[in-house]
Write a protein that binds this ligand. Sequence first.
Ligand code: AMP
Length: 197
Amino acid sequence: MTSTPARLLIIGPQGSGKGTQGVRIAESLGIPAVSTGDVFRANVKEGTELGQQVKAIIDAGDLVPDELTSAIVRDRLEQDDAANGFLLDGYPRNLGQVGDLDVFLEGRGEPLTAVIELSVPRAESIARLSLRAAQQGRADDNEESIAKRLSIYESETAPILDVYRGRGIVDEIDGVGSLDEVYARIVSALSARGITA
Ligand code: AMP
């Protein structure tokens, strides 16, 4: 059986564990995990021009403008290591970005092959984010920013799932459980689509 190319998106509310699971899945499939949040944070840390442009937006829990975000993702996906697949984490995050990504991937004849939706109840997300705030001291893990990011997720990000559901590529995964349990659920959903290591 030829395996299906792994052009993946992992999506879920902040605190759903998508970053951790995304890295693990990408490593097992030998594809890069592309996290827009990580790209922005690295730039803020290094004090690049991009970092200076986005710092206040990120700290407030708002979204970086689509044009800027989509251009960064396109550049990243054009690099050689993404030629055989990739896992997007945190992008697209609204319908405008879905449109941008569609134009880019359809231009290459390489649409997304699976969208992993990690479901975690809101109360659990908040509890996990508060714990992360205590452990990692992320500037955007304060109460106000957390509330704003979760409400942006519900109003802007959740609707993009309807678009992908219409394409039949969404796998809803229960995100409550140990890291290993959730990972195993994702692996099994992907292999049902022919996406295997
Ligand atoms: P994350 O680590 O995915 O929660 O992202 C952290 C922050 O980076 C978000 O709260 C936004 O300010 C910004 N960000 C990350 N990805 C995007 C995106 N696709 N569009 C706009 N802003 C983003």
